[in-house]
Design a protein around this ligand. Structure first.
Ligand code: R5P
Length: 286
């Protein structure tokens, strides 16, 4: 198996290759003066199974990945698969106004057309982990909450997991199981992309180490508001774990509000204390 790296996932792809004893594929990249991307596969891939580990955090990542996948096929790789730890555009998974592009479907369609297999982590439009059919396309939804929970199991004295909304209850429950503690959820109402509020609720968090888990932190509004709500009930500490640290507004407000902020490396950040490399390597070994 040859493992190639997307432009935003070089560190993670190297870890995957090391963990699974796979060969790292070599390539050349450059950007033309007008901003267009150039990709060249430098390893002989003919009749080899190739996987690209490439988070798509923005438009250039998507183009880079598409070029690389197509080049691997052109070079006669036996199979070409993509593990896209973070899949941008996945959050527009419903049409709210007539005529809106369903970006989640468009991106999956593009990547499915260029691959034999496609996997991602804790995908916004899928409720369960494992293989799923999405608009007649197959996508494998890998889970990063288990390694996140294992990380916090070692760090917290008297933990309780709190889901910031009903939608995150499933993985909060699963993480609580891994940690061996109880869990609660908050009732969130989203007023705009930036603003959320919480219904009053008594939680059993006083004097305890709260762990708020979320699949994604984008603006940080959900976590800041939920942490402020929980803080009023006097926990010993507030810890936050997320799979995808988008941090569209930076981490300043988040770090001012919570005691510990940890992300996985689906997006490489200073807060990426938990790696998903072994989950990817395990899947590729199958
Ligand atoms: C909601 O469905 C998600 O699980 C996250 O809670 C949400 O996307 C986080 O967004 P933000 O950081 O902008 O509040």
């Amino acid at each position: 198996m040859l493992v190639f790296a997307g432009r935003s996932s070089e560190e993670l792809a190297a870890k995957v290759a090391a963990e699974g004893n796979f060969y790292p594929g070599s390539m050349e990249r450059k950007t033309f003066p007008d901003g267009e991307l150039y990709v060249r596969v430098c390893t002989d891939v003919e009749n080899n199974d190739c996987t690209v580990v490439a988070s798509v955090t923005g438009n250039d990542d998507l183009v880079d990945l598409a070029l690389l996948l197509d080049a691997l096929r052109d070079q006669k790789a036996r199979t070409v698969s993509a593990v896209v730890p973070y899949l941008a555009y996945a959050r527009q998974d419903k049409v709210f106004e007539p005529g809106e592009a369903l970006s989640a479907k468009t991106v999956v369609k593009l990547l499915s057309a260029l691959t034999d297999e496609l996997a991602t982590f804790n995908c916004h439009f899928l409720d369960e982990s494992g293989a799923a059919d999405y608009h007649d396309m197959r996508i494998d939804n890998l889970d990063a909450f288990t390694p996140l929970a294992e990380y916090f199991r070692e760090k917290l004295d008297d933990p309780i997991v709190v889901a910031p909304d009903k939608g995150s209850l499933g993985y909060a429950k699963k993480a609580a199981n891994v940690i061996g503690c109880d869990f609660e959820h908050l009732a969130k109402t989203r007023h705009s992309a930036d603003e959320v509020s919480y219904e009053e609720k008594d939680l059993s968090v006083a004097g305890r180490d709260v762990l708020i888990l979320d699949d994604i932190i984008s603006t940080g509004g959900t976590i800041v508001s939920s942490a402020q709500f929980i803080r009023r009930q006097k926990p010993a500490s507030i810890n936050v774990g997320c799979v995808h640290g988008v941090f569209a507004r930076g981490t300043h407000d988040l770090k001012k509000t919570v005691d510990r902020l940890v992300a996985t490396d689906t997006i490489q950040r200073a807060e990426s204390k938990v790696s998903v490399a072994s989950v990817i390597a395990g899947r590729l070994e199958k």
